[in-house]
Design a binder for this molecule. Structure first.
Ligand SMILES: NC(=O)c1ccc[n+]([C@@H]2O[C@H](COP(=O)([O-])OP(=O)(O)OC[C@H]3O[C@@H](n4cnc5c(N)ncnc54)[C@H](OP(=O)(O)O)[C@@H]3O)[C@@H](O)[C@H]2O)c1
Length: 350
């Protein structure tokens, strides 16, 4: 049985981890921590979990965690898990970190995008937790560094075309749109309702932090340097990411060939759906059709006019973009089928 601790239970990904672990047949939550809600029941912080989870929030205590858990999830901002994980090492615990602290293999890149790192030696131990790319390494990992939500939405659609060397590695443009839960639970001026409602707002149109991990992972697949032009936009939804990606083939490609490439790469992957229909409202991926689920939907269209392949991907930032993917990783580390407790549809309509 998996006994899980959630550090950072009071945030949005912490709440989503709790929701998903509650219905997981092989896991139970035995410890949950937050600095500001110590002593409260989880249901008083996350109202959708009332009556379902009778567990009190505690402060972070490594001894108590190692006494009551075998898996520890970090749902904390970057900079936090790197100070806490060293206190949990050598206790036989498996760590699943949702923050950026262990994603980047190059320390200088981490420092450039996020600032100081206090335990670079542990970065080497961590495996980048994108199961569709690193499944076998994840199964053996002690620390899994789950990807950023927009990084998953970018890497997953691009990986097949990069692996098959179809597209130009220096001309990749990702235009990603994300709902408000991507900013976390802590309010700020930009997330305040009068400022956030009704927006289609560009932010971090250059130098977005997720660029670093997208380039890291795509460069590994390409066995060459990949450059990505990434821009983000805040849109007026609570959950969901839609990425429109402009890529430029190095040679002529046909739809039939793209279907073959995507089927070969993802045919066995339970959480990837290739969505490309000739007509209809949902002929390409749309977050509306997967909110609450662990699916990443991917579609493509060839634009012969300018020699472009447009890729479209959609996922729920709190599920396949965060907590669902974290549990998919937990399943792999625990030797379970990766779909355990996760193979359910989204809510529709939302
Ligand atoms: N939101 C998303 O869509 C998403 C997707 C993928 C990955 N992520 C990543 O997942 C992590 C959590 O994101 P989130 O959106 O859930 O954030 P959040 O809603 O802001 O929650 C953060 C949690 O961490 C705790 N925390 C904050 N500062 C802390 C500190 N210094 N020490 C210990 N605990 C601290 C907070 O509780 P207390 O203040 O009560 O301690 C809270 O429970 C982030 O690293 C984020 O980048 C988020």
């Amino acid at each position: 049985m998996i006994e899980a601790a959630i550090i950072g239970i009071s945030g949005y990904t912490g709440g989503e981890l709790a929701r998903l672990l509650l219905i997981h047949p092989e896991a139970e939550i035995t410890y949950a921590s937050s600095r500001t809600h110590n002593g409260k029941l989880i249901g008083s912080v996350h109202p959708h979990l009332r009556k379902l989870l009778n567990l009190r929030i505690q402060s972070f205590n490594p001894e108590k965690i190692s006494d009551s858990c075998n898996f520890v999830f970090f749902a904390t901002p970057h900079g936090v898990s790197q100070t806490m994980i060293p206190q949990l090492m050598d206790r036989g615990l498996k760590i699943i970190d949702l923050s950026a602290d262990f994603r980047l293999k190059n320390l200088n890149t981490y420092v450039h995008y996020y600032g100081r790192h206090t335990c670079p030696e542990l970065v080497k131990k961590a495996v980048y937790g994108l199961p569709e790319i690193h499944k076998e390494e994840i199964k053996k990992a002690e620390i899994v560094a789950c990807p950023g939500c927009m990084a998953s939405a970018s890497i997953l659609p691009l990986a097949p075309l990069i692996s098959e060397k179809v597209i130009d590695l220096e001309k990749i443009v990702v235009d990603a749109k994300i709902g408000s839960s991507g900013s976390g639970v802590k309010p700020s001026r930009s997330t305040h309702h009068p400022e956030r409602a009704n927006v289609i707002r560009p932010y971090k149109v250059a130098k977005h932090r997720h660029t670093a991990e997208i380039e890291q992972e795509l460069s590994l697949l390409a066995e060459a340097d990949v450059k990505v032009s990434f821009s983000a936009h805040a849109v007026d939804t609570v959950r969901g990411i839609l990425a429109t990606i402009h890529s430029f083939p190095l040679r002529e490609v046909t739809e039939k060939e793209l279907w073959r490439i995507y089927r070969k790469f993802y045919g066995q992957e339970p959480f990837i759906r290739i969505i490309k229909r000739r007509e209809g409202l949902y002929s390409l991926p749309d977050p509306k059709t997967l909110i609450g689920s662990n699916f990443c939907d991917i579609g493509f269209e060839i634009d012969e006019h300018v020699g472009r392949v447009v890729l479209v991907s959609a996922l729920d930032n709190l599920v396949k973009g965060a907590a669902g993917q974290a549990i998919q990783n937990m399943n792999l580390v625990a030797g379970l089928d990766e779909t355990t407790g996760l193979f359910f549809p989204g809510l529709f309509p939302v």
